[in-house]
Design a protein. Structure first.
Length: 487
């Protein structure tokens, strides 16, 4: 009987141990939604500006351009979308209406729209053509409809809010599923306003009634669309148009108003937007928007002044590689296509991305962690094809290291680390060492990881051993490790 009791006790211990090993760590802080997870996985997308402003060779339209100027002679959305895809971009946001108020779809909300232009004899719908081109190419689609309207005679009155909401409803209802509804903080100023030619100011904390606009319209009609603005709700502005996030980037953020108590687009403290807020109130990662050319709209005098592929790759490392996203501005010419310079740069950028990440030297490596939570959270999950399977430590182990021994020495200069962000952004510090000349040498240190962290080494190293040490306030949860050579 004693032997049976001992066996039962042993089996109980084994069963309990197995149960513990299968228990995942508790989530830490606020977490991303499903639409935010999909956004993180995209990494890069385009923002296309093409309105009468293009034909005026201006950067901002005043709202007084005659619709007759909008008549692209060789419009080809497939060329624009194809170039974006060749650049590795995963989606496209069309500026369906900029501050000049001209709508690129046959809206019923204003006479100032594409039906009044000679393009396709007033029968065209440019939003639809871009949407269908994206579908053919396998890119996701989104829109930006400017809340500021320099053409509308009703701007600044309650009636305009009804007009703006009608425009959003039309866009949300007739052009498929959006991955993003893009908004900015442009909140009035001088304009044409139906011929008034005056400056109009609005109270940006109340005028657009963003809470009801977003919750009552966007969320209901486009539940998969991430809302982007200075304050999210899903993706925040990085605080500038330089195309990169801070070296330390938290996907969590607590928006603060510049004036008053209500943070809204155009009234938020952008000084902390690039970094975010450690343990912030919301999961709200940064979008790093930047034009390929000096301006957002095409200007012939800027031909030859585009960012080259090397500059774009550097921005990729400093945006996507810091856990944020890269939104690249594309500007069609008055013909309605991208300039050959832009097409070639995008192609080179896309090729460099593909070539760099094609071979992961960690394939076939032996991995050994200083602590493993259990068989369900082993080191092998760091090198599988599942972005959200992960290695984890026991709850009490908040400092742990991972040693990687490659199948053979490799020459590399880029380390990729990802957290399983479904459990929050946990890591406070990661230190990368390589074994060279019979000693461990620190080659990189970062204070945040998040969805993706790319650590570029100062110079390439030749080694077959890498060690990464992680610190966090809770159990370590890492989902991916990659080792690459920049091409």
């Amino acid at each position: 009987m004693k032997q049976i009791a001992l066996v039962l006790t042993f089996l109980s211990v084994v069963i309990t141990s197995c149960q513990e090993s299968a228990t995942p760590p508790e989530a830490y802080g606020v977490l991303p939604s499903e639409r935010q997870l999909a956004w993180h996985e995209m990494e890069t997308y385009a923002l296309v500006h093409f309105t009468p402003t293009t034909f005026e060779n201006k950067e901002w339209g005043y709202g007084d351009a005659d619709p007759s100027v909008f008549n692209p002679s060789n419009f080809d959305p497939n060329q624009i979308v194809g170039a974006a895809k060749a650049g590795g971009l995963k989606g496209l946001i069309l500026v369906a209406k900029h501050h000049d108020g001209f709508a690129l779809w046959p809206t019923k909300s204003t006479e100032y729209n594409i039906t009044k232009s000679p393009w396709k004899d007033g029968e065209g719908d440019m939003v639809k053509e871009f949407q269908e081109a994206c579908e053919r190419a396998g890119l996701k689609f989104g829109v930006y409809c400017s809340p500021w309207d320099r053409n509308s005679e009703f701007y600044g009155t309650p009636k305009y809010l009804e007009i703006y909401r009608t425009q959003l409803k039309e866009l949300y209802s007739n052009y498929g599923e959006f991955f993003m509804s893009w908004h900015d903080g442009a909140n009035g100023g001088d304009g044409y306003y139906g011929g008034a030619n005056e400056a109009r100011k609005i109270d940006n904390t109340t005028y657009y009634d963003w809470t009801n606009t977003w919750e009552g319209i966007t969320r209901k009609l486009q539940p998969t669309a991430n809302i982007f603005s200075d304050i999210g709700l899903d993706v925040r502005w990085v605080g500038g148009e330089h195309g990169y996030a801070a070296e330390t980037h938290w996907a969590t953020f607590s928006p603060e108003a510049n004036t008053g108590s209500v943070p809204v687009p155009g009234n938020v403290n952008t000084l902390v937007s690039s970094t975010g807020t450690r343990n912030g109130k919301y999961w709200m990662p940064a979008e790093c928007d930047v034009p390929l050319r000096p301006g957002w709209f095409y200007h012939p005098e800027e031909d030859g002044k585009e960012k080259d592929a090397e500059a774009l790759f550097d921005l990729y490392l400093k945006s996507v590689g810091r856990g944020a996203g890269l939104d690249l501005g594309l500007a069609p010419t008055p013909e309605g296509i991208l300039h050959n310079n832009d097409v070639e740069i995008l192609k080179k950028f896309g090729t460099r991305l593909a070539d760099t990440f094609r071979e992961n030297y960690i394939s076939g490596a032996t991995l050994k962690a200083s602590n493993v939570r259990g068989t369900a959270f082993g080191e092998e999950f760091l090198i599988d094809d599942d972005r959200y399977s992960y290695w984890a430590t026991d709850d009490e182990v908040t400092n742990a290291s991972l040693e990687i021994e490659l199948s053979k020495p490799a020459n590399f200069d880029l380390i990729r680390i990802r957290e399983n962000i479904k459990l929050g952004q946990r890591i406070d510090k990661a230190t990368v060492e390589v074994f060279v000349n019979d000693a461990w040498k620190i080659v990189g240190e970062v204070n945040s990881i998040g969805a993706t962290r790319l650590i570029k080494l100062d110079t390439p190293v030749e080694s077959d051993k890498i060690r990464i040490t992680f610190n966090a306030p809770v159990a370590i949860c890492i989902s991916d490790i990659g080792i690459f050579k920049i091409k």
